[in-house]
Write a new protein. Structure first.
Length: 97
């Protein structure tokens, strides 16, 4: 498992969760830990849900992160850019294609 972001379907498969892999150093060596960063909103989840569930490879770039104190919903906001096979990623969810 490489460093960076990972995506998984939530338990109810309604949203796509964003996970980060981190390494921590201690007296006993390095320890890899997976932290839940948050989840994609309804549009991002609709676009990537099928690809995440079926294990299709895609690339994501985080474009912008908005801290929770600057949003009305009091949750962090993440804007992403996605590259992948358009047959597996539902671009209709964002009004493209």
């Amino acid at each position: 498992m490489g460093r960076g972001l990972q995506f998984s379907a939530s338990n109810d498969r309604e949203f796509v969760e964003v996970l980060a892999t981190t390494e921590r150093r201690s007296l006993f060596g390095r320890r890899t830990q997976i932290l839940r960063v948050g989840r994609l909103g309804p549009v991002g989840s609709a676009m990537l849900k099928a690809a995440v569930i079926s294990g299709v490879a895609f690339r994501v770039r985080v474009v912008e992160v908005t801290p929770p104190q600057l949003r009305k919903a009091n949750e962090s906001g993440i804007m992403i850019s996605v590259w992948g096979d358009d047959r597996e990623i539902d671009m209709g969810a964002v009004g493209v294609g």
